[in-house]
Design a binder for this molecule. Structure first.
Ligand SMILES: C[S@@+](CC[C@H](N)C(=O)[O-])C[C@H]1O[C@@H](n2cnc3c(N)ncnc32)[C@H](O)[C@@H]1O
Length: 288
């Protein structure tokens, strides 16, 4: 009987690769481990180069997602790519990525971060409003992973990038005000929460049309506090993604163990410290 052929990078790994696997290049054991509903966020050296962005992903976390939802050679889309972490993570494991961001200073940051890296020529960093770029982008993608601004939380809290003097980047103090931009189409600048949700929905509906059928999309977000009110944004994201046509597939809690604890309501009221992100995954499952 013919033995299933393992992808090259798994040749030295003990788990069994199933040749019927159309989703990814993982062996059964690695696949199973990634279905666990919580992961601990993993940092690596290259994360530090993103410190000038107020809210970057950690490269290793995104590599894990991309390895679960794509095969080598496939294409990922991130319509809010910021410092370019998704492009870097995709590249590290042999996938292309189209990243879009409104703010040209983040493209500059991405260029600095990737100096000396061999980024696949099929990967692109496009500067512009995703709401417009996606109308004209001629591409089909195999996976979407993205994280929008958390409404106007950065304006609201007047907190910006962290200084990089501390040994641990995530525990470092904030350096002062650093909004994403002054652009009116920046989702971080909408006064009303409902307008922020509408703009996000419009972009994700356009991204949905670029996604191949049966493929997945992950939105990374945590609940947040604005004007002392707790906002359950994940519930709204699930609803709007379902309205677009996505099917909800599950939430993975990404634990961020090294964030500082603040005594927000102490000693009068309970106020939560957000120490995790939700990786909310959806599938495009249209009838064929
Ligand atoms: C949470 S950050 C993404 C950070 C990114 N994951 C990283 O690792 O650096 C959200 C990004 O969305 C961008 N943005 C806001 N509105 C946008 C729009 N209409 N089109 C494209 N990008 C937008 C902001 O400039 C910001 O960089």
């Amino acid at each position: 009987m013919k033995r299933p052929r393992k992808p090259k990078e798994l040749e030295n790994q003990p788990g069994k690769y199933d040749e019927r696997n159309t989703l990814n290049d993982l062996d059964g054991r690695s696949w199973l481990l990634l279905t666990k509903s919580f992961w601990e966020s993993e940092t690596s050296q290259i994360d530090k180069s993103a410190f000038a962005h107020p809210a970057p992903f950690m490269v290793k976390d995104i590599e894990k997602l991309i390895s679960l939802f794509t095969k080598r050679g496939m294409t990922v889309l991130d319509p809010f790519v910021g410092s370019g972490t998704t492009i870097i993570a995709a590249n590290n494991i042999g996938r292309s990525c189209i990243g879009i961001d409104l703010n040209e200073k983040y493209e500059e940051l991405y260029r600095q971060r990737t100096q000396g890296l061999d980024i696949l020529p099929t990967s692109l960093y496009i500067v512009g409003d995703s709401n417009i770029i996606l109308d004209h982008l001629d591409a089909e993608v195999d996976y979407i992973v993205t994280s929008p601004p958390y409404h106007n939380i950065l304006r609201n809290k007047a907190k910006g990038t962290r200084n990089n003097n501390g040994k641990n980047y995530r525990m470092s103090a904030r350096d002062g005000v650093e909004y994403y931009s002054e652009n009116n189409n920046d989702l971080g600048n909408f006064e009303e929460y409902a307008d922020f949700l509408d703009a996000f929905k419009s972009i994700m509906a356009k991204a949905y049309r670029k996604l191949r059928n049966k493929k997945y999309a992950t939105v990374i977000i945590s609940d947040f506090t604005i004007n002392k009110k707790e906002v359950c944004v994940q519930a709204d994201i699930v609803r709007l993604m379902q309205e677009i046509g996505f099917t909800f597939a599950g939430t993975t809690v990404l634990i961020q163990p090294v964030k500082p604890l603040y005594p927000f309501g102490y000693p009068y009221a309970y106020k939560i410290n957000h120490h995790h992100q939700n990786l909310i995954t959806f599938r495009k499952s249209e009838d064929e």
